[in-house]
Write a protein that binds this ligand. Sequence first.
Ligand code: 13P
Length: 247
Amino acid sequence: MRRLIAANWKMNKTVSETEDYIKKFLKFVEHPESREILICPPFTSLYVASKLLQGSGVKLGAQNCFYKDSGAYTGEISIPMLKELGCEYVIVGHSERRHIFGENDELINKKVVACVEKGIRPILCVGEKKEEREAGLTFKVVETQIRLALSGVEEHTDKIDIAYEPVWAIGTGIPATPEDAVEVHTFIRNLLNELNPKNQRKTRILYGGSVKPENAAEFMKHEAINGLLVGTASLDPESFAKIVYSF
Ligand code: 13P
């Protein structure tokens, strides 16, 4: 399995800032075939990013999508629109979508199903809040999120990646310990094997939450961690490159 290191820029960088970043980042890229590198800029930067990344081996993804192809859905972006821009991935169910914008498991499931049907690879984000971890509910929360999100596409989990992002570790500077992450990743792997015994590890399970150049290698030395989803530390091209080549 080729490991996946993904940058989630969230609502950061204008078109000109995107140009500047990608030109700098590409200078650090070597052997792109040894690992999968993915950049997920805001929608407004996808076009310019796709032009600049052409032929580099670095993949492009979006941070969200809607499940319908077109129609009266003001403010939404469809999967065909993303695919035309060269997006091969889309982040679905990020905790900021769930908790700031009120996305629920039913909507997230519709998006995951649409991604699988329309041929774009979703990175489904799951993770517990601080109070849920403290109440010993981590596995229950993660299991429920995954079962509901994958409902109806269990046989196609080979076309999906999952990011475990504990909400309390996102943007706080305090990551989960690699051991805690491995525990949850192993739980998710067992659940995936139960949902689709034929999957054979085609779904990558990424860790996200306060990943930095200083701690990336600690996560990546564990076999259960198949990649990283990086927010803040991906906003600087050199810092993201250090994470990409930390293992
Ligand atoms: P940080 O790396 O800023 O904690 O964000 C993680 C994240 O939400 C990636 O999707």
